[in-house]
Design a protein around this ligand. Structure first.
Ligand code: AMP
Length: 235
């Protein structure tokens, strides 16, 4: 709603009810950018990876199935993703837009999602395909550290915590996620190439699709994304 107080400074209104999908390999910076864009647009970021890690921490039936698959870098079965996304999208806060981080990841998921969101035309979705060269992805993933309490991520060189290896937010000891270790990373990248990369062609022709260079400082990437969702730029 516009602020109608007499002395209020006009604020640029971001795209109403934006629905955004982030595609790109692990380590491309999707989670960081999705979080920033969600704050900018004031809509929720929905990360299936975070939801699955929460299920593991809570010891639910879903978490018990997902845990061993995720540790090895494999994908969790499509029908489980359909279920958690279906439930999440029905929540009140997702009725006026959302940012998806890590979903869909297979053609089956994309088709299922399309059925689920029939009311929200896919042509209106922003789809960002974030590209980063493979050696840089490996560097980012191997240096990544994670807070098991609040799920914040850090990087030993690019974004170290202020205090040695403790989370800035809650001072939990940071760890390296099992799926950021070398063998799991190789498997995640192979899963991306085989099962997620085909979504680039799927969405290219049916959405507001943009390829974004993710091999830049996060602020530069974010500035471009903001320009696009504000309707000012296109690629
Ligand atoms: P992320 O945090 O997005 O890198 O996800 C971590 C892990 O969660 C992935 O490697 C998969 O094992 C699992 N996962 C997250 N999202 C999906 C999805 N859409 N489909 C299948 N598995 C997923």
């Amino acid at each position: 709603m516009a602020d109608v107080r007499p002395n209020a400074r006009p604020r640029p209104e971001p795209t109403e009810g934006a629905r955004v999908i982030f595609l790109g390999p692990p380590g491309a910076g999707k989670g960081t950018q999705a979080g920033r864009l969600a704050g900018h647009l004031r809509i929720p970021k929905i990360s299936t990876g975070d939801m699955l890690r929460e299920a593991i921490a809570a010891g639910t039936a879903l978490g018990r199935i997902a845990g061993p698959l995720m540790e090895k870098g494999g994908l969790v079965p499509d029908d489980l993703l359909d279920r958690i996304i279906g439930e999440r999208l029905r929540m009140k806060d997702a009725q006026n837009g959302y940012i998806l981080d890590g979903f869909p990841r297979t053609l089956r998921q994309a088709e299922g999602f399309e059925g689920m969101t029939r009311g929200d035309a896919t042509e209106q979705f922003f789809v960002f395909n974030v590209e980063v060269p493979r050696p840089e992805l490996l560097k980012r993933l191997s240096g990544r550290r994670w807070c098991p309490h609040c799920q914040s991520t850090y990087h030993v060189d690019n974004n170290p915590p202020k205090d040695d290896s403790l989370c800035d937010k809650d001072r939990t000891l940071l760890i390296q996620r099992e799926d950021d270790k070398e063998t799991a990373v190789a498997r995640r990248l192979a899963e991306y190439d085989e099962r997620t990369a085909p979504l680039i062609d799927y969405y290219r022709g049916r959405s507001r699709f943009h390829t974004v260079d993710g091999y830049r400082p996060p602020d530069a990437v974010f500035a471009e994304l903001k320009g696009i969702v504000g309707g000012k730029a296109a690629s």
